[in-house]
Design a protein around this ligand. Structure first.
Ligand SMILES: [Zn+2]
Length: 204
């Protein structure tokens, strides 16, 4: 998707509707800085307000993502291209999230280990040992819950029995036995349990 082209298109349609950036922003309940960022191609409108924005600009979501009014004859082709591009961007974002998860796990584990080693091997009063151990776990638990949350929402789990790909609930991810990112879970499609691996794309 060409953000610059989309930005120019938004600006042009906004002016056609005789709206200032501020007026458009107010109708959408956002800041005029956000509108300015779209129009200069620095960001894309959030999916959550895309429909409302398109309504105000009197265009379709397809027009918006194409950065131009799409004619009826190549409408389907443009729709397909936009859908593929959005899927690709989601895959990239998911990959980045999973890298962040690894980073969180490493930093948090190293910190916990350091606190435990200090508490055990350094000659300090007992209360200070407890403080060190406590500090280690107090940062470790939320870090692991956050990592788990990332693992739940980024990409999909793939059933080893039927190949079905889905996003499991937080609870089922949380309580599942796991080995690295592989989790032993029940497939919502075929109902069988298997070691399911993480995949980024629906077509993997
Ligand atoms: Zn299955």
């Amino acid at each position: 998707m060409d953000q610059i082209k989309i930005g120019r298109f938004i600006a042009a349609r906004r002016k056609e509707q005789k709206l200032t950036q501020l007026q458009l922003a107010e109708k959408l309940g956002i800041t005029d800085r956000a509108v300015s960022k779209w129009e200069t191609g620095k960001s894309l409108p959030d999916a959550s307000i895309m429909l409302e924005l398109c309504g105000l600009l009197r265009i379709t979501v397809n027009d918006l993502l194409s950065g131009e009014a799409v004619s009826m004859e190549n409408y389907n082709e443009k729709t397909e291209k936009n859908l593929i591009e959005m899927a690709r961007q989601k895959e990239l974002a998911d990959k980045r999230l999973l890298q962040i998860e690894v980073f969180i796990c490493i930093i948090s584990s190293v910190f916990l280990l350091a606190m435990l080693l200090l508490a055990v091997y350094i000659n300090i009063p007992d209360w200070l040992r407890f403080v060190l151990i406590g500090t280690g776990f107090v940062q470790f638990v939320p870090a692991m819950l956050l990592a788990l949350r990332i693992e739940q929402v980024a990409g999909y789990y793939k059933c080893a029995k039927c190949g079905h790909k889905y996003i499991p609930t937080y609870l089922s991810v949380n309580k599942a036995m796991h080995f690295g990112r592989k989790r032993y879970m029940k497939c919502p499609e075929c109902g069988r349990k298997s070691w399911q691996s993480k995949v980024i794309s629906k077509s993997e």
